[in-house]
Design a protein. Structure first.
Length: 92
């Protein structure tokens, strides 16, 4: 989606959105290999934070007229539910 952003956003919104979005699965993966439940849950919490940061950038992109959120918002909601479900399973 960010490929369609204007070139003057390359080092601003484009970079920030990509960094935040990539951080979500990276933190899940990093937490997966941790031995303790508390560490795993901490990384899942960080992943949720990165997902929310990504949502903010998506809303900003929409407000700037650079993106339409209908489909991607559904995907973000699904991702958030999956992370929360995984965390709840580990808490048990």
């Amino acid at each position: 989606m960010t490929k369609c952003f204007p070139p003057d956003e390359r080092y601003g919104l484009t970079s920030q959105l990509r960094r935040a979005a990539v951080s979500v699965p990276a933190n899940i993966a990093e937490g997966f290999v941790k031995r303790g439940t508390a560490d795993k849950l901490r990384y899942l919490n960080i992943a949720q934070g990165s997902l929310e940061e990504s949502r903010y950038y998506l809303i900003l992109a929409s407000d700037l007229g650079l993106a339409h959120l209908a489909e991607i918002e559904k995907l973000a909601d699904e991702c958030s539910r999956m992370i929360e479900s995984y965390a709840q399973t580990m808490r048990r």
